[in-house]
Design a protein. Structure first.
Length: 319
């Protein structure tokens, strides 16, 4: 009886190994490892009703890395600042910031021209944000480059949070791909998206006090909130300030909230500052840190191209 039980145990082990490596569903890409089974003895000498022990060793043959499928789906959104200051020329150059940025973005797209299972989309933002190009195959470089060329008309404030919200909306359609956002800005956040209502107020820069009613400063009231929905835009409104003003930090906090939401959805983020002053750089670093993102800063065209190339190499290396 004990001999029969031992044989049953061995049979169950074979069935278990088979279930682990074969499973119930297979496809053409399934790789089956070769398994060598050896025993501690080939013949058994034992008296009737006596116990005996046989040791079995299961040794799978190593699978070469070249036989493994390391390709994973990837989705990348380029979030590009098209506010009015992007029309400024770079120092000692006739090239505008938006022209230099478009060249860097095209070089980035070119890095993925031969990549499998990769999609790239483009979001532009100023006072509001919009999906300039939905996710398409990274091999479709002509379409992507054509859309990048359309970004030359720059105007408006800097709603970083809305650019990120539009990007996350686009990435929210596929739950299995690895997702990446490359956010670029040349200035401080000065606009935000909200739902509800606001009151105008006058801000006294000398005393730091607010008085109602006023001219062009916003204060959210009556249960109003920053607009962070990824499924709806019907109730969204936009608030903005003049110059680099953000007295209530609505614009910065909106961008930080969107960065946190992206992090929660597993989105890897990169923030690129382009010729930023120290105050703007500090705010963009703060926004990037909220999403556990990496921060870069470039001061000229060659630097910004190198930054985008470095980011591309990091994403290509992801498995």
């Amino acid at each position: 009886m004990k001999k029969i039980c031992t044989l049953l145990v061995v049979l169950m082990l074979f069935l278990l190994i088979g279930d682990i490596f074969i499973g119930k569903e297979t496809n053409a890409d399934t790789i089956y490892p070769e398994i060598t089974v050896t025993s501690s003895q080939k013949t058994i000498t034992a008296e009737k009703d006596k116990e005996f022990i046989i040791d079995y060793t299961f040794t799978p043959k190593p699978i070469p890395v070249s036989a493994l499928n390391t390709t994973v789906d990837k989705e990348i959104i380029l979030v590009i600042d098209t506010s009015g200051s992007m029309a400024d020329r770079l120092q000692n150059s006739y090239t505008t910031k938006i022209t230099a940025l478009i060249r860097a973005a095209k070089a980035f797209v070119g890095k993925f021209a031969a990549e499998e299972n990769t999609k790239i989309g483009i979001v532009s933002y100023s006072t509001k944000g919009r999906v300039t190009q939905g996710l398409v195959s990274s091999k479709d470089t002509n379409r992507l480059n054509t859309k990048l060329d359309e970004l030359n008309n720059v105007t408006g404030a800097t709603n970083i949070g809305e650019g990120m919200r539009q990007a996350l909306k686009e990435l929210n359609k596929n739950t299995t791909a690895k997702k990446f956002v490359i956010l670029m800005s040349d200035g401080e956040p000065t606009a935000f998206s909200y739902s509800g209502s606001y009151q105008q107020e006058r801000y006294d820069r000398n005393t730091g006090a607010y008085e109602l009613p006023g001219s062009n400063y916003y204060k959210l009231v009556n249960g109003s909130s920053l607009f962070t929905s990824l499924t709806d835009s019907t109730s969204m409104k936009t608030g903005f300030y003049g110059g680099t003003s953000d007295p209530n930090s609505y614009a910065k906090n909106f961008a930080k909230e969107m960065a946190v939401i992206g992090k929660g959805k597993g989105v890897r983020s990169f923030a690129v500052g382009f010729v930023l002053q120290s105050n703007g750089a500090d705010k963009l670093k703060e926004i990037a840190a909220s999403g556990d993102g990496l921060y870069y800063n470039g001061n000229n065209e060659s630097e910004i191209i190198k930054i985008y190339e470095e980011i591309a190499n990091k994403i290509i290396g992801e498995y």
